[in-house]
Design a protein around this ligand. Structure first.
Ligand SMILES: *Cc1c(COP(=O)(O)O)cnc(C)c1O
Length: 404
């Protein structure tokens, strides 16, 4: 038994069986390449689930972490620190927001947003409408906000005050608004739900509804923020500004962080002691986030994301046309793209992802609908070509199996 096998067996025997993991032990990462225990290399189009947007071990981020870790690691929010102040300023200067709250994960950022929306709503205004197919996290309130029953099962009774509107249907959404409603929460593009963008008109309609009915609009940009769609935040391309926005995943390029951003007047609902986090805004994590945000905002970085996104999208479209039995199109924006599978393709989704893994290509299957591509935003056109060539071979083989 080699070391690799020993670690995998030990890990599987020790951890709760909440994760189904791929059969290797990851040891090192650089850019878009991961290395397994025995030196096997993987081209990474998952990026730790849209987290390592600058690639693995991006030098400026590593340097920022190292330097801050030598100065100060943690003091709690009883005291001010430079790194969290600098990060807050960067995010406020580059978004609609005036005020920020820092947490440690996406679910926590959404919890903060839900609490703020309720507090702002006032007495008897607590209900939040989210969309079917959405994903907002794994804590009880964010599970309740998540519009997919598979995440609810076995955890009932869920916290009250959440309901889910059918995706893409503005009239149904309008009918669900009650005196108790305080906010509408959605992802501008559903990530876990299968890379499903919301139509611009739909999302503008939601904004209008919120204005008419005096509701807060919460955008969960945990997966699509931080340059993923080709602008720092996805809302910038929609002609719509939210009242509250949540961020996490890529914000510190791999260190755990969550953020909730809002305007001055809404933030006023949270006074001293209403909400808190021990670790939130930790100096080391914030130092990593500062380096990450600055890099994304440098020069032509975001132009390149859009251009490489178009390149990948074109290549995937050609694959969809070549394998109509398995794939029926491409959707997404920037470098969050999904190859939409046919019903027959969906049956083979997991098998295709596993075949990619065996060939040293990491992708995943999202929303039981699409092969999802969320590479580090620093991915090169050559790396995109490598992915496409491997997928072409795998889809050709799978297609033959399917038809014979
Ligand atoms: C990942 C994700 C979350 C949850 O983030 P965690 O850090 O896992 O708690 C919430 N919303 C969206 C859109 C996500 O993609």
């Amino acid at each position: 038994m080699n070391n690799n096998q020993a670690i995998m067996e030990k890990s599987s025997s020790l951890f709760m069986e909440t994760y189904v993991r791929y059969p290797d032990v990851m040891m090192e990462g650089k850019g878009c390449v991961l290395k397994g225990e025995d030196g096997r290399e993987y081209l990474d189009f998952v990026a730790g689930i849209a987290v390592c947007n600058l690639g693995h071990c991006f030098p400026l981020v590593t340097k920022a972490i190292r330097e801050q870790a030598e100065k100060l690691v943690h003091v709690s929010n009883l005291y001010h620190t430079g790194p969290q102040t600098e990060l807050a300023q960067l995010l406020v200067e580059n978004s609609f927001a005036d005020r920020i709250f820092l947490a440690n994960s996406g679910a926590e950022a959404n919890e903060a947003a839900i609490k703020l929306a309720r507090k702002h709503g006032g007495e008897n205004r607590f209900e939040i409408i989210s969309l079917e197919g959405s994903f907002h996290g794994r804590t009880l309130a964010t599970v309740a906000a998540t519009g997919q029953t598979k995440f609810h099962k076995g955890f009932e009774p869920l916290p009250q005050g959440f309901c889910h509107a059918p995706f893409g249907d503005l009239d149904s959404l309008k009918k669900m608004i009650r005196p108790e409603t305080c906010a509408i929460m959605c992802e501008p593009l559903q990530g876990e739900g299968g890379v499903r963008p919301l139509d611009k008109e739909y999302i503008q309609g939601i904004r209008k509804l919120c204005d008419e009915k005096n509701l807060l609009l919460i955008f969960d940009e945990i997966q699509v923020g931080m340059g993923r769609t080709g602008t720092l935040f996805a809302y910038e391309q929609l002609g719509v500004t939210p009242d509250i926005m949540t961020l996490a995943k890529a914000l510190a390029n791999g260190l755990p962080i969550g953020a909730m951003l809002t305007t001055e007047s809404i933030a006023a609902a949270f006074g001293p002691g209403t909400h808190a986090s021990t670790f939130g805004g930790n100096p080391v994590v914030c130092a990593a986030a500062i380096a990450t945000v600055k890099t994304i905002l440098t020069g032509r970085f975001l132009d390149e994301v859009r251009s490489k996104g178009e390149y990948l999208s074109e290549k995937l479209t050609i694959l969809a046309e070549r394998y109509p039995g398995l794939a029926q199109g491409v959707r997404g924006q920037g470098l969050i793209l999904g190859l939409v599978l046919t019903p027959a393709g969906v049956q083979l989704g997991t098998a295709i992802v596993n075949k990619c893994f065996e060939r040293g290509i990491l992708i995943n299957f999202a929303g039981n609908a699409v092969l999802r591509f969320i590479p580090p935003l620093v991915v090169s056109r050559e790396e995109i070509d490598t992915l496409i060539e491997a997928l072409d071979l795998i889809l050709a083989k799978t297609d033959r199996h399917r038809t014979t």
